[in-house]
Design a protein around this ligand. Structure first.
Ligand code: AMP
Ligand code: MN
Ligand code: MN
Length: 331
């Protein structure tokens, strides 16, 4: 396997490998409102560690969305881990700061457990003892594949399916500017290894629940377009009417990003705790990562997000002000 530079060794990869090899009972954590990358990579690493005879646990504070819960090992996710759990390593997967473990990580662990971060967010603040971070990578699936390869585990069909789900979701179906020829070659390697490409497309991408489709109707009926910016809001009352839970972000950012007239996109969802969850998207060449970072969140140039306290109107105002700044930059 040479296409993604799988044999390329970096100090961070070596350190991550040493931690994983020395560990018998690692805890792998996926981020809240889990997406295909965090889930797929966590499951892929779990399968590799199981193949080595280890006893990994996996956790995510939110339940898996229905379009990811078919992936091999998905039923093993736990929603909470006690502070005194019998674990000997923590691995944070696809997240840019410690708060993104959603409270799964306990501060007291810092004294007794090493923390390994495997990620690809440009906004990652290197919060681990070991930080394997590839900001240019299309998905965490790429550094994760390197880790699995270095562990000496071949790409089996189940591992390949998990990594495909990760790569295909984070590239929104292989359409982001991070989808390089090397990424496409890696996809073909995963398919050759028995990864279920069509299954991922059908069960993860073309798998919008009826309730979410109805919610898209509400969101699209509220869609606004001002020069170059398409945005919508989803008030709490509408969520309650459709029985939409807070951990469900309806994937609105990705939906809006198909609006032809716009370069920048924002969806703003009102949450039950008084915050507003914002998803930003940008066409190639535009950058929303700095906006999310400035407002306390994170992400990538083309996809970023944050949560702010306050009314929808206020968060709309602050968000639009920064999006207009981005639009006004020379591109
Ligand atoms: P989303 O709009 O929630 O799909 O997120 C787009 C990207 O931004 C993903 O890579 C997320 O991991 C990242 N992201 C979203 N919200 C936050 C946040 N509050 N803090 C850090 N990163 C975030
Ligand atoms: Mn993610
Ligand atoms: Mn990711």
């Amino acid at each position: 396997m040479v296409t993604m530079g799988m044999t390329m060794t970096t100090p961070a990869l070596t350190q991550a490998l040493e931690c994983l090899q020395a560990s018998e009972r690692p805890l792998l954590i996926a981020h809240p409102r889990p997406d295909g990358d965090t889930i797929g990579c966590t499951l892929a690493l779990r399968l590799a560690l199981l193949a080595l005879g280890k006893a990994p646990r996996i956790a995510c504070v939110h339940p898996l969305p229905g379009n990811l819960d078919y992936l091999p090992g998905a039923a093993a996710f736990e929603v909470a881990i006690p502070e005194d759990a019998d674990i000997d390593l923590v691995v944070a997967v696809d997240m840019s700061d410690l708060s993104r473990t959603g409270g799964i990580y306990k501060p007291a662990w810092a004294e007794r457990l090493k923390l390994v971060v495997i990620d690809h967010h440009a906004t990652n603040d290197a919060f681990g003892d070991v930080n394997l971070i590839e900001p240019e990578a299309a998905a965490t699936a790429l550094p994760m594949a390197r880790v699995i390869h270095a562990l000496g585990i071949p790409l089996r069909d189940d591992i390949a399916t998990c990594l495909l789900a990760a790569l295909i979701t984070d590239t929104r179906g292989l359409r982001t500017e991070t989808t390089t020829p090397a990424v496409l070659r890696f996809v073909s390697e995963l398919v050759e290894a028995g990864g279920d490409y069509l299954g991922v497309m059908q069960r993860t991408l073309d798998a919008v629940p009826y309730k979410q489709m109805k919610a898209w109707g509400v969101a699209l009926s509220r869609l606004q377009l001002e020069t170059g910016i398409a945005w919508t809001t989803f008030p709490l009352a509408e969520k309650q009417a459709l029985d939409i839970e807070d951990h469900d972000d309806l994937d609105l950012g990705n939906l809006l990003s198909q609006t032809r007239e716009a370069q920048l996109f924002a969806s703003l969802l009102e949450m039950r705790d008084g915050t507003v969850k914002v998803s930003l998207r940008a066409r190639p060449g535009y950058d929303v990562a700095w906006i999310a970072k400035q407002l306390g969140g994170g992400g990538h140039t083309q996809a970023a997000g944050y949560s702010l306290p306050g009314s929808l109107d206020l968060v709309v105002r602050d968000t639009l002000a920064l999006l207009r700044q981005e639009l006004a930059r020379p591109h």
